[in-house]
Design a protein around this ligand. Structure first.
Ligand code: SAM
Length: 242
């Protein structure tokens, strides 16, 4: 157990005795919002070096320094699972990114499909959401959030060894089941937009050798619910929940 009140992502190396310089935003959060001062403890992670206990060495209005004391957790990357989803309204897209981090996706790929109807996508904001989610849920790894990509282009160079679990609303009502395969293999999940997939996209997906179409139960789920349901199903069957 740690007596640190705050868990913070920093984009700097972490290690025994390492000094970590704070940005103005981080200093504001730690010293003005959380009211920390010299000697107070903080948990740090950077997505590479695990989690470290650090203490406030110096505090100022627009900066400060933390000193790393000891590692509290090793780096624990999630399983090799990508989440591909067609962005929807901003709040729901933010929700999908947040939940993907909590549920243990290793990479998050927003995809443009025929019926994707999204406002402009801010990759930097989605990355910041991923960091916040990792800070909250105790993760030591922050999944990459890629720029919006065309689904058909992504499928054209799809890795031969990565299975693609496709939430196929055409299977709604059938049993939600996944093939009997060992854990530890590369996978991705694909969730479509509110308007579903176009016929041409469905044909393209069905022809992909790596495709694994799945039902997500008897009801048609909203895309954000479907993303969480698919991540749950996959994690239980192949992931790190067991
Ligand atoms: N308007 C679409 C339709 O009825 O064909 C529904 C799209 S749904 C809101 C958004 C996405 O969630 C779908 O493209 C699919 O990937 C996934 N989805 C929702 N419910 C599902 C279900 N019961 N089984 C499989 N996938 C589902």
């Amino acid at each position: 157990m740690s007596d640190a009140k705050v868990r913070l992502y920093v984009d700097q190396p972490l290690g025994a005795g390492q000094a970590v310089a704070l940005t103005a935003d981080q200093a504001h959060y730690l010293f003005a919002v959380m009211r920390l001062g010299a000697g107070d403890l903080v948990l740090l992670f950077n997505g590479r070096d695990g989690e470290w206990r650090a203490e406030v060495a110096a505090s100022a209005k627009r900066g400060g320094t933390l000193a790393c004391l000891a590692q509290t957790a090793p780096l624990q990357p999630p399983p090799d699972l990508w989440l591909l989803f067609a962005p929807i309204k901003k709040a729901r897209t933010d929700f999908i990114v947040e939940k993907a981090v909590e549920m243990g996706a290793a990479r998050i790929l927003p995809v443009q499909t025929r019926f994707t109807n999204a406002e402009r996508l801010r990759q930097d904001k989605l990355h910041a959401h991923a960091i916040e989610a990792a800070e909250q849920c105790g993760a030591t790894f922050v999944p990459e959030v890629t720029d919006l990509q065309q689904l058909d282009r992504l499928l054209a160079t799809w890795p031969a060894d990565r299975r693609l679990m496709w939430g196929d609303e055409g299977l709604a009502g059938q049993t939600a089941s996944l093939p009997d395969l060992p854990r530890g293999q590369p996978w991705a999940i694909l969730i479509g937009p509110e308007g579903g997939f176009a016929e041409t996209e469905k044909t393209r997906l069905r022809a992909l050798p790596q495709i694994v179409p799945v039902s997500l139960g008897p009801r048609i789920l909203r895309a954000d619910t479907a993303a969480v349901a698919a991540l749950t199903l996959w994690q239980l069957r192949y992931g790190d929940w067991a």
